[in-house]
Design a protein around this ligand. Structure first.
Ligand code: IVH
Length: 683
């Protein structure tokens, strides 16, 4: 039996090792042990902490998963006021800044240029090498105490390395989310029927202010440090101190470059602007700081910002242009999306002609009118959006936009559910874009994978009245398709061109449809396009209920008990099966030979993973997100999207989110690398 002293020593040793490994993983991105080894250490520490709870340190690496709930964040006064930076978009103002500095302190100084990280600023206080408190900027004088939440951010050290740090100091930086982390988070939000975040910055600040730190722990937050304040700092300048911070375990970015002249500064600004889109995180400019503290004192501060620093902001990827008209698009679910037609304008290197206006509420909130000059912006998303209207340029006769009341495609009166922003065309049955959209979704790669049809061919079949719904595909005959033609008006010379289905095309199409009858039930279910039922949920439902007949009769109350199924999804599934038309389509599909139950054996290459549930996450070298699921299934395994007690392995790729890792560690799920996985399947 281990006595208390042995336990204390071992706990200290494990804590030290785990902190080191965390640092190598989250700060340096250079792990030296396998995830499995890490996991074993963590498990040992957890066990010891359970056996000797009095020895458990509140800063133990086992505590990174959060758990504390904060109802109202306590207001804390900043020891040093949290100033902001004066900023500029103009080169001339930067030249003026340089001239002012030279006039005040002469030419004997250096600039330090850094990236301007686009996140939420945070102030951390360390005492005796331990993180004491984390406070948001607030109004600069006092902010919210978000310590419990910040402690879940793995790249922020809870204990510092070495011994050379000052006994007490404040360090500031930016909490942010990488583009990849943000994309993953939004993906899972959409899958769960939650609203996605607008951009990485909003999602970082939203995450930081959550009440449940265990939830914060699941968000892919990261933190760069760029400013240290205190009485006994080791050096007399910013640059060397930050390098020292790095050696104490802080994530200090490598983007720190000393410059002697404003010319050098400009060339950095230009260089970094070019590379900006390739960075894994978002930046909105460059921060230029004078290096020496003595010169900070000479230059002083204004009420709001220091005179020894300035931020040069990259032109927000924004432009102003005229709104010419609004189109209304009908999606496969019948959702109506208003789309702005703009006077073409150059924005971040591409010409923008259209922008999403999302829904009637947004149009109303913006009070945007036809003929208005509007600002368009490229945020974290690909489709630009209208962010504001320039009222000073509004044409005298511009009238508020009246949202359409009838479907632009089929004329049906639109509906809008209580509490929902989106208008819908309820004519699922015969509204052309809904029919086409549903069938396109059904034949898409991740569903039935009928790649011999495609949008153009499908349109021809719909126009000829051969298909109205997905079940009709399976009744198509050679004679119906052969000779089916379409006249295309050629562009320039306006010569007409005819395409018509010949023998080879028809056989291809029919073979593609025939082959799809082997596609597994989960994909069929996904292909039906039930609202909120994405691939993961479809797979969950298929594995849980096994066959369509079971799923058809399931109640809302039962459904919400299934892992990953929330109220929105459950309601949508129940609704779907209440429709007689949908049941009819499903019965026809079944009679045509489409898979309506999960066969025990999915297409297999081996049974090396038989009975194993594997979660793959992060970027893999040899497989796309889709491929890996396929490969797991082909070897008899079950791919899953979230780590649970039923998970056998977590296959960790590059940049895997910390939440999955922690969950796996918590549950004792072995974490394997891509190489180890390939070893397992004998590749
Ligand atoms: S230094 C007194 N350095 O930009 C100067 N700020 O208004 C303290 N920011 O609130 C800030 N990257 O949130 C500094 N490399 C960087 C930065 C940076 C982003 C943010 C920070 C600050 C705001 C400026």
């Amino acid at each position: 039996m281990m006595d208390k002293n042995d336990a204390r020593a071992r706990i200290e040793e494990l804590t030290e090792q785990l902190n080191q490994h965390n640092y190598r993983y989250y700060v340096l991105s250079k792990p030296v042990v396998s995830d499995y080894e890490f996991d074993m250490l963590m498990k040992e520490l957890e066990d010891l902490e359970t056996r000797f709870p009095e020895l458990a340190d509140p800063d133990s690496p086992t505590k990174r998963v959060g758990g504390d709930i904060t109802k109202d964040f306590e207001q804390v006064r900043h020891q040093y006021p949290m100033l902001s930076l004066s900023n500029t978009y103009s080169e001339q103002e930067l030249i003026d800044f340089d001239a002012r500095v030279r006039k005040a302190i002469g030419d004997d100084f250096e600039y330090v240029c850094e990236l301007k990280y686009d996140g939420v600023s945070i102030s951390l206080t360390y005492e005796n090498g331990k993180l004491l408190r984390a406070v948001t900027r607030g109004d600069g004088v006092q902010g919210d105490d978000v310590t419990a939440n910040v402690k879940t951010i793995r790249s922020i050290p809870l204990r510092l390395h070495g011994k050379d740090y000052p006994q007490s100091f404040v360090i500031r930086g930016e909490i942010f989310m990488t583009r990849a982390g943000f994309a993953r988070l939004n993906e899972s939000r959409i899958e769960n029927g939650e609203d996605p975040f607008a951009n990485p910055r909003n999602s970082a600040s939203g995450s930081l202010k959550m009440q449940d730190s265990a939830e914060v722990a699941k968000r892919p937050l990261d933190c760069f440090l760029y400013f240290i304040l205190g009485e006994n700092l080791p050096f007399d300048n910013h640059y060397d101190n930050l390098k020292a911070c790095k050696s104490w375990g802080f994530k200090v970015p490598d983007f720190m470059v000393k410059c002697k002249t404003i010319r050098e500064v400009f060339s950095l600004i230009n260089e970094w602007e070019k590379g900006r889109d390739q960075l894994p995180f978002e930046i909105d400019g460059v921060v230029i700081k004078i290096n020496k503290f003595a010169q900070w004192d000479e230059l002083g501060v204004t009420a709001k910002s220091p005179r020894w620093a300035i931020a040069y902001k990259y032109k927000a990827e924004q432009a102003s242009t005229r709104l010419n008209s609004i189109d209304y698009q009908v999606g496969r679910t019948g959702a109506i999306t208003p789309v702005a037609n703009l006077e073409p304008v150059l924005l971040a290197g591409t010409t923008v002609k259209r922008a999403s206006l999302h829904n009637a509420d947004i149009i109303k909130a913006l009070d945007v009118r036809i003929g208005d000059m509007v600002y368009v912006e490229k945020g974290g998303e690909i489709i630009p959006k209208i962010t504001a209207v320039d009222l000073s340029q509004r044409p005298a006769n511009a009238m508020p936009v009246e949202f359409i009341s009838k479907c632009p495609e089929c004329g049906t009166t639109l509906t809008r559910k209580e509490g929902e922003a989106q208008h819908y065309c309820p004519n699922e049955e015969s509204c052309p874009p809904q029919i086409k959209g549903r069938i396109l979704h059904f034949i898409s790669r991740n569903a039935m994978d009928i790649d011999t049809i495609g949008e153009g061919r499908l349109e021809m079949m719909i126009d000829a009245g051969l298909v109205h719904n997905v079940a009709d595909l399976f009744d198509l005959t050679y004679d119906q398709l052969h000779g089916l033609e379409k006249v295309i008006e050629a562009d320039g010379d306006k010569k007409e061109k005819k395409i018509s289905f010949q023998d080879k095309t028809v056989n291809n199409i029919l073979n593609g449809i025939e082959a799809s009858k082997q596609v597994s039930f989960d994909k069929v279910l996904y292909g039906l396009g039930i609202r909120y039922v994405g691939q993961t949920v479809a797979r969950k439902l298929a594995t849980h209920y096994h066959k369509m007949d079971n799923l058809k009769n399931v109640s809302f109350e039962e459904l919400i008990l299934v892992d990953e199924v929330g109220e929105k999804i459950a309601e949508s599934v129940v609704n779907y099966f209440q429709s007689v038309k949908n049941i009819e389509v499903i019965n026809r599909l079944k009679n045509s030979g489409v898979q309506m139950e999960l066969k025990d054996k999915l297409e297999t290459k081996s049974d090396k993973l038989m009975g194993k549930t594997i979660v793959a996450s992060g970027k893999l070298q040899n497989y796309s997100r889709e491929d890996i699921k396929e490969v797991i299934m082909q070897h008899g395994g079950k791919p899953a999207s979230s780590v649970s007690k039923n998970t056998d392995f977590l296959l960790a790729g590059e940049n895997i989110g910390p939440n999955k890792l922690t969950k796996a560690q918590e549950l004792g799920v072995p974490i394997i690398s891509e190489e180890e996985f390939e070893g397992m399947i004998g590749d």
